[in-house]
Design a protein around this ligand. Structure first.
Ligand code: R5P
Length: 291
């Protein structure tokens, strides 16, 4: 088994290779002036290749993944496993308007054709319950970072209120709350556009308590900002955030700072300054389980 790593995801790939006690080699990547990518793989590949790269900022990465997987097959790889802690295009699971691409199914089918196994963490699945409904292969494996987040929070807080900013977050907030024994509350959110969300808190006593917002991803940061505004207005002592996938696009970080988030922590699913909860052991166990 060999782990192939990309330069933008080297540290996480190295941690995974170490946890699995396997060799790692880098894919050589060159970007031509016109934006096309040149990839070069090691030529002496073993039968089982693990490709480790998260798929945030996905458009170039998907093409590079296609080139990488096809080239690995041409070089003799018999089994290809994709470890992509953040999986892209999982949110668009229906055509909201006639003619819209249902990206989840299209990207899922592409991954199914390229890979024997796909391992990811807390993919954003709305209307389907299992990952192989989106990626139609047996080994479409969806892990959850809730245990890693629980272990992290245990080190930080003796007590806090966990707050899920919308109904989707309830699955993660309730799982973590149950493990750690903290109370939790879930807000109601309506998204009106990329940067417009409205939200209301459930009846709950936040007075003078530290609040930790738990969400699977922060993109524009508007969800986090709104939840922070409401928690502070309801009397919370301080507001913190734990995010599984820290996408943090454009002005997101400035926006949540302005809203009053004291500190944000995230997993290393995506390279980001807040990433301090490592997923290597969770991912390594999942790889071992499929062998
Ligand atoms: C949506 O349901 C997700 O769980 C996140 O709450 C959402 O994607 C965050 O997006 P943003 O940071 O743009 O508000």
């Amino acid at each position: 088994m060999l782990l192939l790593a990309f330069p933008d995801y080297l540290l996480q790939a190295q941690r995974l290779a170490l946890a699995l006690d396997i060799q790692l080699q880098q894919v050589y990547l060159h970007q031509f002036p016109d934006g096309e990518s040149l990839l070069r793989l090691p030529t002496d590949l073993p039968e089982h290749i693990i490709i480790c790269r998260s798929l945030n900022q996905p458009n170039d990465k998907l093409i590079e993944l296609l080139l990488c997987a096809k080239t690995a097959r041409q070089l003799g790889a018999k089994r290809l496993t994709l470890v992509a802690p953040y999986l892209c295009y999982m949110r668009q699971d229906i055509a909201n308007q006639p003619g819209e691409a249902v990206s989840q199914g299209i990207v899922g089918q592409m991954l199914a054709e390229l890979f024997d196994d796909v391992i990811t963490v807390d993919p954003h699945l709305h209307r389907i319950s299992t990952l192989n409904q989106a990626i139609p292969i047996d080994n479409a494996i969806s892990l959850s970072a809730t245990n890693e987040i629980f272990l992290f929070l245990q080190q930080q807080f003796d007590d806090a209120i966990l707050l899920g900013p919308d109904s989707e977050s309830e699955q993660w907030v309730s799982a973590i709350a149950e493990k750690i024994g903290f109370d939790y509350s879930v807000a109601t959110k309506v998204r009106r556009g990329d940067t417009q969300v409205s939200m209301s808190l459930a009846e709950f006593d936040f007075q003078d308590k530290p609040v930790v917002i738990i969400d699977d991803m922060a993109s524009t940061g508007r969800t986090l900002a709104k939840a922070t505004n409401l928690a502070l207005a309801a009397g919370a002592k301080q507001v913190f955030a734990v995010i599984t996938h820290p996408l943090f696009c454009d002005d997101a970080e400035a926006h949540i700072r302005q809203a009053g988030v004291q500190k944000t922590w995230s997993t290393d699913s995506i390279s980001h300054s807040s990433a301090c909860i490592y997923l290597d052991k969770l991912l390594a166990q999942a790889v071992r389980n499929i062998l």
